[in-house]
Design a protein around this ligand. Structure first.
Ligand code: NCD
Length: 361
């Protein structure tokens, strides 16, 4: 069973494939509107979320599937002491795919061990957040057109910021990317992430000052100081407002630099930056939905060993739209072949134009 626990579970080629699909979804949403008909997504969130959960849910609805949402796990049997493994075994009976967020690191991995359906890690403590990284990568791709040769500044809570960890692991696979790690002593990147940078031979520097770093950057990735992860409230109080990006500071940046943020922001980007064309953080949230749509399609396709509709609306929900096709009578894996650019059902040989002929019959 294929899961997405860590961004490196996806190869660079697969990320490219997802990026292409997300862009196609953005251009031709109708083609995908029935792709997941009959499929269910469960969102199992043990931690607060706005964007991630809603974008997963919007993604599944827009693919024609449905959603079962558990937003407050204190109302579930977890409160009675049920283990994650047991919870997963049960919920997998009700869904085809699960997106899970949990405050403990490695929780998604544990859930995946017993899960007969794909598990997507929607954030595990301060560890990683691979689908935010998919959103981030699509944003960089759409805004700057490349990953290679970029200087990426990561600013704020590099210690507990899981989105930063996943983004670094993704970006260090591209050519000549340089990382500028902007953080105070208390919030520096953990050792295991520095090791990943060293192993990859990536260029990086650790600095304290945002202003002097800005002019060299192509991407400035701001982050929230993760109050909920601090053991010592006094440390949080000391560092909580260590960086605030303002319009004035942004004036020293390249004209083409983009400002990103996984959101929610607290004080780290002042609202006078929002109208600057370089502020990409609200566009980033739309990209999150598109990449989650592409990911759900990919994982379900691999799970069913079938080809979800993807590029062709006539194969709705992975089924041939010819109502007389044997796949309508018996449960068979949908298959199609392609000849001279025309796709045909491998069973009944209906080609894409058959959709209109059979409509309403
Ligand atoms: C991030 C997260 O949950 O890690 N938010 C998100 O998913 N968009 C960042 C944060 O909470 O600061």
């Amino acid at each position: 069973m294929r899961h997405l626990l860590d961004i490196t579970d996806l190869s660079v080629e697969e990320i490219e494939e997802l990026t292409r699909m997300a862009e196609d979804i953005a251009e031709h949403p109708q083609k995908y509107a029935e792709s997941c008909r009959g499929k269910k997504l469960i969102t199992l969130f043990f931690e607060p979320s706005t964007r991630t959960r809603m974008s997963f849910e919007a993604a599944m609805w827009e693919l024609g599937g449905s959603v079962i949402s558990c937003t407050d796990m204190s109302t579930s049997s977890v409160i009675k002491g049920e283990t994650l493994a047991d919870t997963m075994r049960v919920v997998a009976n009700y869904a085809d795919i699960v997106a899970m967020r949990h405050p403990y690191e490695g929780a998604a991995y544990v859930a995946s061990l017993k899960s007969p359906v794909p598990v997507i890690n929607a954030g595990d403590g301060g560890h990683c957040h691979p689908t935010q990284t998919l959103a981030d990568l699509l944003t960089v791709h759409r805004e700057l057109g490349t990953f290679d040769g970029l200087t990426v500044g990561l600013c704020g809570d590099l210690k507990y910021g899981r989105t930063v960890h996943s983004l670094i692991n993704a970006m260090l696979r591209y050519k000549d990317v340089k990382f500028v790690l902007i953080a105070p002593e208390e919030l520096k990147l953990p050792e295991y992430e520095l090791d990943a940078l060293k192993r990859a031979g990536a260029a990086y520097e650790e600095v304290r000052d945002l202003e002097s770093a800005i002019p060299s950057l192509d991407v400035l990735y701001m982050t929230r100081v993760q109050r909920e992860r601090f053991d010592d409230a006094a440390v949080y109080e000391r560092v909580k407002d260590c960086y605030v990006l303002t319009k004035e500071k942004l004036s020293a940046a390249k004209q083409k630099m983009i400002v990103m943020h996984p959101l929610p922001r607290v004080n780290e980007i002042s609202s006078d930056v929002d109208d600057d064309p370089r502020a990409a953080y609200f566009r980033q949230t739309m990209n999150g939905k598109l990449m989650r749509m592409a990911l759900i399609l990919k994982l379900l396709k691999e799970k069913d060993g079938a080809q979800p509709a993807g590029g062709k609306a006539w194969f709705v929900g992975g089924r041939c739209t010819n109502r007389k096709c044997i796949t309508r009578l018996e449960k068979l894996p949908p298959l199609y072949t392609e000849e001279n650019g025309v796709k045909k059902c491998a069973y009944c040989e209906a080609h894409e134009n058959v959709r209109d002929k059979n409509e309403g019959k």
